[in-house]
Design a protein around this ligand. Structure first.
Ligand code: AMP
Ligand code: ZN
Length: 116
């Protein structure tokens, strides 16, 4: 998919609206348009990567930064002590609908396991 037609590329470039939580050079975080938890934030690399399947060895630092950002989001949202869940849906059976890599940050309610 080209950057022009990718929703998350358009959000990252400022062309499409979103409630931005954090805008960095390499990673952006914004609130999910259809939250499934009281806190539902998407942590997204600015560079277009379709999914974890496209990740290469040189992306290790980027993926680590996404987790560090998740930790910061947890503290800022006040859920670092109560708990949160990080989810990366990959592919059809996992329910990935947006084909630009993203980490769901979910918190603010009791979660169940196994996930649906
Ligand atoms: P996934 O099913 O893992 O691909 O998740 C895609 C997520 O992106 C869903 O939770 C959607 O609600 C969310 N989403 C799709 N379009 C937008 C948008 N324009 N702004 C914010 N969140 C979006
Ligand atoms: Zn994209």
């Amino acid at each position: 998919m080209s950057a022009e037609s990718c929703t998350f590329c358009r959000i990252a470039s400022g062309e499409a609206p979103a409630i931005i939580v954090r805008q960095g050079e390499r990673i952006i975080a914004f609130r999910d348009a259809h939250p499934v938890a009281p806190v539902h934030i998407l942590i997204v690399p600015v560079r277009h990567l379709a999914s974890i399947n496209e990740v290469i060895a040189s992306d290790v630092e980027l993926l680590g930064e996404m987790l560090v950002l998740a930790r910061d989001v947890a503290a800022r949202e006040g859920v670092d002590q109560t708990g949160y869940r990080i989810v990366v849906n990959t592919g059809r059976e996992a329910g990935q609908t947006v084909h630009h890599l993203h980490m769901h940050f979910l918190a603010g309610r009791q979660m169940s396991w196994p996930p649906g």
